[in-house]
Design a protein around this ligand. Structure first.
Ligand code: PRP
Ligand code: ADE
Length: 232
């Protein structure tokens, strides 16, 4: 209960400084939609990391709170695939579930959860990988869904080193699935990110002119938060 601001959370009548509002440095205006929704406008809704290097360097989940931001983000991710046959959408644990399920619903397709190990109580195939934390991890997928030739759109929130996405690609292809495409808010220009873009049809929300900021892990839009990012 350290928030001293007295701003009102619009529409709720709830004060930011009330007992229900904990640590809320920048309250979102959930209803404000810019009149000219420029390409990737909603990326400015992403919050910076203020907790340090053991966390991802930013928080895209803030943009999911904004109805028009989420809608435009999903439309942008799907645009390159609008002519392509897709049988199934697969999302990667955990934040890839949000975008993946929203995309599946938009396409009126089913959704397959690719999970971090230890949660699926059915027959699974597993794939070890290393991600941006440099730790060894394990992805897991059920084995009763992908028939040979099934066209799968793989979705995650972010591709940094590409380790997680490559593990998911491997799981789908091992079962005979065809990667119809790969969608993520950002695919960084890392070696792994480039490899994925060279080998698969991809979509991401970050326009070319903003890529240097995303690769540097420092967005100009963070200035609006008045907070020093915990990690670059
Ligand atoms: O390209 P990579 O270096 O492999 O990193 C990308 C992965 O890292 C994040 O997940 P993370 O496990 O941090 O968090 P989550 O479980 O909250 O999605 C992100 O959502 C991707 O899944
Ligand atoms: N959520 C995320 N935000 C920024 N960078 C990431 N790298 C992996 N996950 C990320």
């Amino acid at each position: 209960m350290s928030c001293s601001s007295k701003r009102k959370a619009r529409g709720t009548g709830q004060e930011a400084g009330s007992s229900r509002a904990l640590r809320c440095p920048v309250l979102m205006d959930l209803w404000r939609v810019p009149s000219s929704r420029e390409t990737g406008w909603y990326l400015a809704l992403i919050a910076p990391n203020v907790k340090g290097p053991s966390y991802p360097w930013l928080d895209p989940s803030r943009l999911y709170c904004h109805w028009q931001g989420l809608q435009d983000c999903i439309a942008d991710l799907l645009q390159p695939f609008c002519e392509d046959p897709i049988d199934l959408v697969a999302g990667i644990d955990a934040m890839g579930f949000i975008l993946g399920a929203a995309i599946a619903n938009t396409l009126q397709k089913g959704f397959l959860a690719i999970r971090k190990a230890g949660h699926l109580c059915v027959e699974t195939c597993t794939q070890p990988y290393t991600d941006y934390t440099a730790r060894q991890k394990l992805l897991e997928m059920r084995m009763d869904t992908i028939q040979p030739g099934l066209r799968v759109l793989l979705v995650d929130q972010w591709i940094e080193t590409g380790g997680t996405m490559r593990a998911a690609i491997h799981l789908v292809e091992q079962q005979g699935g065809v990667i119809a495409g790969i969608a993520a808010i950002c695919i960084e220009d890392s070696d792994g990110g480039k490899w994925i873009q060279e080998h698969y049809k991809c979509s991401q929300c970050v326009p070319q002119h903003l890529m240097p900021q995303f690769n540097r892990h420092q967005l100009e839009s963070f200035q609006a938060f008045g907070a020093t990012p915990g990690q670059a």
